[in-house]
Every structure is written in C-alpha cells, then in structure tokens.
Design a protein around this ligand. Sequence first.
Ligand code: F6R
Length: 243
Amino acid sequence: TEVLIVKSQEEAGNLYAEAACRLIKANPYATLGLATGSTPHTAYQALAQKVRENHLDVSHVCGFALDEYVMSDLSHPQSYHSVIDREVVVPVGLDPNNIHVPNGAADDVPRACSEYDKAIADAGGIDIQILGIGTDGHIGFNEPGSSLTSPTRMKTLTEQTRVDNARFFDGDLNQVPSHCITQGVGTIMKARHLVLLAFGKSKAAAIAASVEGAVTSMCPASALQLHPHATVIVDEDAASQLS
Ligand code: F6R
C-alpha cells in the first residue's frame, strides 16, 4: 500500500481529482466508484473544478456508489442516492443515467444486491474507487467481521456507525436506518485502483491497524494490503499512529 501524508484535505482531494481526470482523459468511458460521508467532499469539489477547467467530456463517465441505507423513501435528503446526486453528479456534471446506487428500497434486497454486482461487471469493473474509513476500520458498510471476499449484500449497521452517522439525521439516532446495502470487501477489491482518504485524529487508530496491522476481517480496510494498487492519503492527524 502506498501511503501519502498530506498537509490538508484540499491537497488530498486534488490528488484524487488528478488521478480521476487522467483516467477520464485516457478513457472517456471510465467508471468511478463513489463513496459518501464527509471524507470525499474535497475530492469531489476538486474533481468538479478540474473537469470544468479542462473542459473534460464526462458525458460517458459511469459511477457506482459504495453503499445505500435500506429505507423506503430514497428521495430522503440523506439517502445515498440523494447525497451522490447532490455532491457528485450535479457538481461534476455527470449524466444521472450513468450513475448506479444500490436499491435500498427494493422488495427483493438480495436480488438487488446480486444485480448490482452484475451491473458493475457489465460496466467493465470500477477503474478508481474512492474510500473513506470508519473509526472501527470499516470500508463501505463492511463492519468488523465482514468476509474479505464478500459480495454486495445487506448488512446491519453497528451501533457505533449509527452514532457516527446520526449527525446527518439531526443528531437523532432513532432516525438513522438500521440496515444497509454495501458493496462487499470482495467487490471493492476488484476495483483497479483504490484510493482511501482519512482525515483527523479519530481515524488514526483505524489507519494504523489497516496499513500496519494484520490482514483480518476484524479490520476490513486491512484488505487493502492485498490489493495491487491501493493508495492511502491521510493528513498528519490521521497518520499520527503510524510507526
Ligand atoms: C460511505 C461509506 C463509509 C464512510 C465511512 C467514513 O459511503 O461507505 O465507509 O466512508 O463511514 O465516513 P466519514 O467520511 O463521514 O468519516
């Protein structure tokens, strides 16, 4: 794993955006793997700016979200469907028809999960997958204990992750959904380039365990050690427990 320690979230976002733009220039049909949460904000802002400045044609760029809550109303402002639209699709100018998010409102969730993996494969796989990391080492919503070869599937959110995400739901834990659909660790590992971003002291222990600890399902992000092209971009706080 390549570890880059940067001075600011802006610098990290720029590094991601440069890699994504290079990719899109080389292949206008590139496929981006998209994360939600706070971490990728600067990356999406930088991507939007570089796409504008370079007049890049992104009309054929495809996107796949990492995960989605299981919730009946996907128009809820905090559904990942809404978040991806607001934070990535609109600012970057992607075609919404090319963007896929797991269907958290499906009647048949297991089927929606296997169809999602098939859609990724049919698109030729993900070229660059942006990742955040949970304080417990999760990637996507693959919490500790997730098989490192897992496909896209439904999971129960841990109490800790629901507490971490309550800030998006007026701080009210009761409003945070209890289940989600997430790309599996195995799905994520199929992407050709993984870019994991982490900022702040709260991520330091998870980053140290992922980069320098044992590869174990108890720390799903440690699977990155097995990936041929994984880049971890951290600020000094998130790097503070690396030896
Ligand atoms: C988001 C996701 C999660 C987050 C992680 C960190 O799609 O899958 O794994 O990346 O929970 O969240 P933030 O960035 O809000 O600290």
